[in-house]
Design a protein. Structure first.
Length: 222
């Protein structure tokens, strides 16, 4: 950040960049404007926090984070905040080390909540038109599907008011490979963590490793 004569006496021009060219070593309170997302963000000492869109928007990209060969993928602390009431999250998996279940947990203060207080269910429709469903009660995580070596998958999560100090809920939809010859599509599902706390992110984990990208969007009320 620096003073710029072209912006008038006493004005300050924030750092201008894109979401992929943010400063590598930001300082506390640093402000940037991302030209590709039209978002103003400030560094809070641990992560970039969205101050707000430069123009009114119902859907604002907060972060897009790639990951490679990780058994556990966790959002940085504070991605879910009071800046937005609800959030849309995309999880794209490009490769995986083997056939395994994909699970998700809510984070509190950046740490996954592992208590046996997850409840949820999912309905699957396979390529052979069979329909399967399962539910969970008092589980330590939510199972949202399967990933298979050599196949990709994608899931979307609508996360409802996670930053409120109440139980957290989310609606899940997606598609993932269930075998080498068939694909299982999760057409409906969801879950809740019955722990009253402010939840600031999500963590996904598998038995092997996964690679891909997750994206987080803030949903404006209007």
């Amino acid at each position: 950040m620096g003073f710029d004569a072209g912006y008038g006496i006493g004005s300050v021009k924030p750092g201008v960049c894109t979401s992929s060219t943010r400063p590598a070593s930001p300082f506390d309170g640093q402000v940037i404007y991302e030209t590709d997302t039209n978002v103003v963000s400030v560094y809070d000492g641990a992560a970039w926090a969205t101050v707000g869109p430069a123009a009114a928007s119902a859907l604002t990209l907060i972060t897009a984070q790639p990951f490679t060969t990780q058994p556990t993928v966790s959002m940085a602390a504070g991605i879910f905040s009071a800046a937005y009431k609800n959030y849309l999250v995309e999880l794209e998996i490009s490769t995986t080390s083997g056939n395994q279940n994909l699970n998700v947990r809510f984070n509190a203060a950046g740490t996954p909540v592992t208590s046996a207080n997850y409840h949820g269910g999912m309905v699957f429709a396979q390529t052979n038109d069979t329909v399967n469903g399962f539910g969970s009660a008092a589980a330590t995580a939510l199972n949202i599907g399967q990933v298979v070596s050599g196949r990709s998958g994608a899931w979307t999560f609508t996360v409802i008011a996670p930053q409120a100090a109440t139980a957290s809920n989310m609606i899940v939809g997606g598609i993932g490979a269930s075998s080498q010859t068939a694909v299982t599509a999760g057409i409906a599902g969801g879950g809740a963590l019955l722990v009253s706390a402010a939840h600031d992110g999500l963590t996904w984990f598998v038995g092997g490793t996964i690679s891909g990208t997750y994206r987080v969007y803030g949903l404006a009320d209007s």
